[in-house]
Design a protein around this ligand. Structure first.
Ligand SMILES: *Cc1c(COP(=O)(O)O)cnc(C)c1O
Length: 384
């Protein structure tokens, strides 16, 4: 039998910490490994499979489009791109009117950084401590974590980091050369830190006063994850640019930067070979269609509440704090999280870390209540 682990260990650049499982198949919120073992997926590929694995509508859209037209130069019009954009702007915040389509989250952040400089004539950015925005040089410059940045400097100059949810500290560092402020509405990688409404409203006001663009990164929090289509709906603010990706196309690689009409970009100033290709757009149409038809934000809201109540009731002493918004779940432990993740895996639960002490759970929003019960039960066993 082919040893898949060995092949990957041999040939792939070894950047990923590995779990000892070879995943080969998924359906809904369940995954299977090559030995036939079944798992409850509380990771969804890091909030990628919000609509669940093996979604038939997405699978059908991809296979039909693959046989019709996979690629189309962006200098030509295309039917699927047109329909995708129409669908995207049915659900987008109303003041956002145009999109630049990409293949990943980090590319959407790159576009935001470039467009902010282009439209402001200014060069500086403010980002949050514990924030995560991607791994390419521009997006990495907005990412806080030292281990991700070390060895790659000099990064793009002009980025300053301030504590999240602290308006005074942010206002202190704004100056006449600040082009944009970039924030996550809920910090994902940083430990599921939930944005404070009053804070974001003050930031919005400051941006208006000082002519600064507000860029909101919804790559992890978007597409129903937090109980709203986008997490900024909890905050009651308008933004100038919004980045999305991860679950936009049901797992097919895609991202987008959504812009208000304050943002203008001349022809040929930016571009992408694959961004907005017909295959991704077809997957995106099916995926967003599934979310709206099934009101997935309601599922996230109700299931998140259910999970939170069940977990809080147990009063597990190894938990320091539970932070949950929709099905974006952060369980801060008093101890290291890695052993807990490994033990959960041995009990058939796939989960994620966020930093060294936070257990992060981002299940497909179609997960059943029975599966959530099982997860709480196994958590109780592991954290007893
Ligand atoms: C995952 C993520 C990114 C980067 O997206 P990639 O598709 O991995 O490039 C950026 N911002 C946030 C908030 C993310 O969660």
């Amino acid at each position: 039998m082919t040893n898949y682990k060995e092949l990957i260990q041999k040939y792939e650049v070894d950047v990923y910490p590995r779990r000892e499982v070879v995943l080969v198949k998924g359906k809904g919120a369940r995954l299977w490994d090559d030995q036939g073992n079944e798992y409850i997926d509380m990771a969804a590929g890091i909030s990628v499979a919000n609509i669940g694995h093996g979604n038939e509508k997405v699978a059908q859209a991809i296979s039909e489009q693959a046989a019709t037209l996979i690629t189309c130069p962006n200098t030509f019009y295309n039917d699927k791109k047109a329909l995708f954009l129409e669908k995207l702007f049915e659900i987008a915040p109303k003041n956002l009117t145009r999109a630049f389509l990409t293949n990943s989250g980090t590319e959407a952040v790159e576009a935001a950084i470039k467009f902010a400089r282009l439209n402001s004539g200014k060069t500086k950015f403010i980002a949050a401590m514990k924030g995560f925005h991607g791994r390419t040089m521009g997006a990495l410059s907005a990412t806080y974590k030292k281990e991700y940045r070390e060895g790659f400097e000099p990064l793009v100059p002009g980025f300053t980091f301030v504590p999240y949810n602290n308006f005074e500290k942010l206002a202190e560092v704004v100056d006449n050369d600040t082009a944009a402020i970039i924030l996550e509405p809920v910090q994902g990688e940083g430990g599921i830190n939930i944005g404070n409404k009053e804070y974001f409203q003050k930031v919005r006001q400051l941006c208006d006063e000082k002519n600064i663009f507000l860029i909101i990164d919804e790559i992890q929090s978007g597409f129903c994850r937090t109980g709203k289509m986008f997490a900024i709906e909890h905050l009651g603010i308008e933004v100038d640019m919004m980045t999305v990706a991860k679950s936009i196309a049901g797992g097919f690689p895609m991202g987008a930067l959504l812009c208000s009409d304050k943002i203008k970009v001349e022809k040929s100033k930016h571009g992408s070979t694959f961004g907005g290709n017909p295959l991704a757009c077809s997957a995106g149409i099916a995926s967003i269609g599934f979310m709206t038809e099934n009101k997935l934000w309601e599922e996230a809201e109700a299931k998140g509440k259910y999970f939170k109540e069940k977990l809080e009731k147990l009063q597990l002493s190894k938990i320091r704090e539970i932070r949950i918004i929709g099905l974006m779940i952060g369980i801060e432990l008093k101890d290291k999280v890695q052993p807990v993740i490994i033990e959960l895996l041995s009990k058939g639960i796939i989960s994620l870390p966020a930093g060294t002490t936070v257990l992060r759970m981002l299940p497909p929003l179609v997960i059943s209540y029975e599966d959530l019960d099982t997860v709480v039960e196994k958590l109780a066993e592991v954290l007893k």
